[in-house]
Design a protein around this ligand. Sequence first.
Ligand code: CP3
Length: 351
Amino acid sequence: MSSTHKYLFLKAIRNEPIERTPIWIMRQAGRYLPEYIRLKNKAGGFINLVKNPDLACEITLQPLKRFELDSAIVFSDILVVADMLDIKLSFVENKGPVFDKVIRTEKDLSKIKKTDDIEKLDYVFNTIKLLKKELADKKPLIGFIGSPWTVATYIIEGNSSKTFANVLKMLECEEMLLHKILDMLTDISIDYLNKQIESGIDVAMIFDTWGSLLNDEQYEKFSLRYINKIKNGISNQDIPLIYYVRETGNKIKAIKNLEIDVLGIDSTTDIGVIKKQIGNKFALQGNLDVNILKKDQSDIIKAIKHTLNSYGSKSGHIFNLGTGITPDINPDKVKMLIDNLANISSKFNVK
Ligand code: CP3
């Protein structure tokens, strides 16, 4: 595609000339912002924000009001797809997501009441429509899904597991059942992403956080195979696709075969190392360690310069953290990061 994009973010994805490096931050609307905590308490919890399009829209825009960010991301969660399986999702303070049902056996699966009615997730599509109006084409909007594999890990465990005991057991003993679950989630994911695109998102992102649990063979079989199915099922192939997986550095050989536009990388591998392996096949997104934001300005500047130098060219890079921002970060440090990045990257002399 040779057209010139109006958004800096999309120009960077397409490797077009840009004046500075764009930035957004995973979980940019969240608990490190006092205005988020206030609205969440008022609404009676995270899920009440997500399911109310007016509030979800307001929360999405909170970080954009504070900082010069280059994209919005829909305020939602990868686990809302549980609505399509009639599984109730709640978020317990300091514990994370909890489901009222799990799928660990064929019998569990047979009891699941799956619907094909994507309108069940209307609150997400209505949030997107509101956001498109509010953003008025000034900033792009990222929509997202979890990878079938990553969503499956939560549906099998029923909560945020540290050990993934049930998931690992299913990987060993119940491959067919696992594939049935992944097929079901893939069908839903395709409809869900297409409906987000229809509602107006400019960029799509797939979070495959727990792809990191899988060895090379399993990763191909249980994760990438389904990512490819989703990619092929996307109705509008002009919408750029970002794929994120933890411990990215261990998986480059397999990832290189994906048909994606941007690879989101975590902080465990230097961005320059990944750039060398990927070349210009995808743009890269990342990968500052969130803990740098606990240090002072000189360390933050040093880390920005290191990341830019390591990537080595101006376009093709979207600045981000390696994981979601944590509640212990002072918002002033986020402003420090964004302002310094704009300054440093605009003077960065390569391409
Ligand atoms: O990035 C954004 O700003 C968009 C919104 C977004 C959220 N979750 C909001 C959220 C996105 C893209 C996600 C993705 C997500 N959700 C992932 C993949 C990325 C990653 O973080 O690895 C996963 C695994 C989930 C599931 C999930 N949601 C967990 C495990 C938790 C609890 C842990 C935690 O960080 O609190 C959540 C809760 C969640 N999702 C919060 C937010 C803002 C915190 C809710 C609160 O206020 O308590």
